[in-house]
Write a protein that binds this ligand. Structure first.
Ligand code: SF4
Ligand code: SF4
Length: 72
């Protein structure tokens, strides 16, 4: 909402963050980086291929893939 368009959304309210910050480690594109309070943030939006790896592995289910809506 008014923010930078991203392929994925990380909900900081759900992110613990988990030990080892799984999402950052598993992203094959290197699109994620540690942000404030050790929580991940998307740093390379264009790099994200929406592969879904981080979404599936996040124990907190804090990450969702944004489905682009071509109608809008
Ligand atoms: S969906 Fe895939 S490419 Fe995108 S941030 Fe997650 S692991 Fe990285
Ligand atoms: S995998 Fe989930 S809980 Fe762990 S750091 Fe990433 S968003 Fe947070």
């Amino acid at each position: 909402m008014g923010k930078q368009k991203s392929s994925i959304t990380i909900d900081p309210a759900k992110c613990a963050p988990c030990t080892g910050q799984i999402c950052i480690g598993v992203c094959p594109q290197g699109a994620l980086e540690e942000g404030r309070n050790r929580k991940p943030q998307v740093i390379e939006v264009v790099q994200c291929t929406k592969c879904g790896v981080c979404v599936n592995l996040c124990p907190a289910k804090a990450i969702t893939i944004n489905v682009s809506n071509p109608k809008k």
